[in-house]
Design a protein around this ligand. Structure first.
Ligand code: SF4
Length: 111
């Protein structure tokens, strides 16, 4: 049996004026084509915390990802990992998301 909420939404969309249906179809197409399934991008537990979802620019910080569908754990990683163009963590050695400080709060750029 179909989900009652999905059925209600489907009826609402079918009854909506054409411009609204076209807009929804366009948004839906973008969502389904932009994100890949976990199985297609080798989503797996990360071996290196510095190369994990937590450090990826696609991670939204609350369990979502711009490029992989479903619930995302910060301790995992996939083949789409991106650090924003830098190939290492040299600009942020302690990987705390703040390139200007390390664990002791000292300015890393002066070290
Ligand atoms: S590593 Fe992959 S799944 Fe994780 S946030 Fe980045 S793109 Fe998304």
């Amino acid at each position: 049996m179909a989900d009652p909420l999905i059925e209600a939404i489907t009826k609402w969309v079918q009854a909506a004026p054409e411009p609204v249906r076209a807009m929804i179809a366009n948004k839906t197409a973008n969502v389904t084509t932009d994100k890949k399934a976990k199985a297609d991008v080798n989503y797996r537990p990360a071996d290196d915390p510095a190369e994990s979802c937590a450090t990826c620019t696609n991670f939204d910080g609350s369990g979502g990802c711009d490029r992989t569908s479903g619930s995302i754990k910060p301790t995992y990683v996939c083949d789409q990992h991106s650090n924003g163009g830098s190939s290492d963590s040299a600009s942020d050695p302690d990987n705390d998301g703040d390139p200007g400080s390390n664990e002791d709060g000292a300015d890393e750029s002066a070290e």
